[in-house]
Design a protein around this ligand. Structure first.
Ligand code: CIZ
Length: 330
């Protein structure tokens, strides 16, 4: 079947079965085409809370569907592929958070949204890359902060807020493959392009001081709309390029690496979306006792989050700490 036919079929079926399709910014183009809403994990979680249909088909990765299931206990939350997990989220387990907190009994544990519900249940606050700074700033200043699992986002927040933050050494493999040498080459080849980097990027070397903005995916999609630049080098998972190109047909988007693809996000395909609509599989549920505890940091984050994302930060402001963080990580 042609892709356009499958897109039409999925759109028809989701109406008929009363299913709302949510898609993360990193999902492939055909999935974004059938989605009722495309966004980052925070906006998707906020949107999930407003959905009226009895079923949500969540096209992203497992922790995102868990968040939607916890926020919408009366809805059925489906995913196209149960194996679409998150390598970064898998880098910390609840027992490790508990043990870390025991060593820092007065600390506040902050988890990136890229964590399982079971890890969230051990934490005091949750954050995304678009609201990390305001979440950290909302924590009483005397509190030491334990941040899991992304080392690079944690380093960024440490520099931005000046807070005492202990960092877990997790990382996102899709962002880790972005090679600073390639970025240097791309910057030379496209001198007018702005270079936008996600704070999960692991290529924290001196080349990164060539970057212009450090932004979450939501920040990036907004920034490119309003910038007067006509071309951009994008350092994050490449699925986002589809949305950027669609929303800004007069602008050029160059991936910082052709290899920056998340194999978990890529497990979801339009064929699997269709299959889920037909079969009603695969449902994601969270143990109610875990959900009750995990919702505490999630709700705190949602209360703290302003609707507007954090402002882009010029790279000059944090180039020095980036180098220090890179050395520390090695
Ligand atoms: O919060 C999200 O959706 C992720 C994983 C990244 C981002 O910057 O949006």
């Amino acid at each position: 079947m042609e892709m356009t036919q499958l897109i039409a079929l999925v759109k028809e079926l989701k109406q008929e079965r009363r299913v709302t399709i949510l898609a993360h910014n990193y999902q492939e183009g055909p999935i974004q085409e059938v989605a009722d809403f495309v966004g980052d994990s925070l906006k998707l979680a906020q949107f999930a809370g407003t959905v009226e249909s009895p079923t949500i088909l969540f096209c992203g990765v497992h922790f995102m569907a868990e968040t939607a299931a916890m926020l919408c206990p009366n809805k059925k939350v489906l995913v196209p592929d149960l194996a679409a997990g998150c390598s970064l989220a898998d880098m910390v387990i609840p027992q490790q958070v508990r043990a870390w907190k025991e060593k820092h009994p007065d600390g506040a544990a902050v988890c990136y949204i890229n964590t399982s519900a079971a890890v969230k249940a051990e934490c005091d606050y949750c954050c995304t890359s678009s609201n990390g700074e305001i979440v950290i700033e909302a924590i009483p200043p005397e509190k030491e902060i334990l941040f899991v699992p992304d080392y690079y986002l944690g380093s960024y927040l440490k520099q931005k807020t000046g807070r005492e933050i202990q960092l877990w050494k997790g990382y996102c493999p899709a962002h880790a493959v972005i090679d600073p040498g390639q970025i240097e080459h791309l910057r030379e080849a496209h001198p007018d392009a702005e270079f936008l980097m996600h704070p999960e990027c692991g290529c924290l070397t001196k080349q990164m001081d060539l970057a212009d903005q450090i932004l979450s995916t939501d920040g990036m999609t907004q920034y490119v709309k309003h910038s007067s630049s006509k071309s951009f080098i994008i350092a994050t998972e490449n699925g986002i390029l589809y949305r950027m190109r669609k929303e800004n047909p007069d602008k050029v988007f160059i991936p910082a690496s052709e290899h920056a693809g998340c194999h978990h996000m890529q497990r979801n395909t339009l064929e699997k979306v269709y299959r889920s609509l037909v079969t009603g599989e695969f449902q994601v549920t969270v143990d109610p006792a875990v959900a009750e505890r995990a919702l505490v940091p999630i709700r705190r984050m949602m209360e703290i989050s302003r609707p507007a994302p954090i402002q882009p930060v010029p790279i000059e402001e944090w180039a020095d700490w980036v180098l220090a963080a890179a050395n520390d990580f090695r």
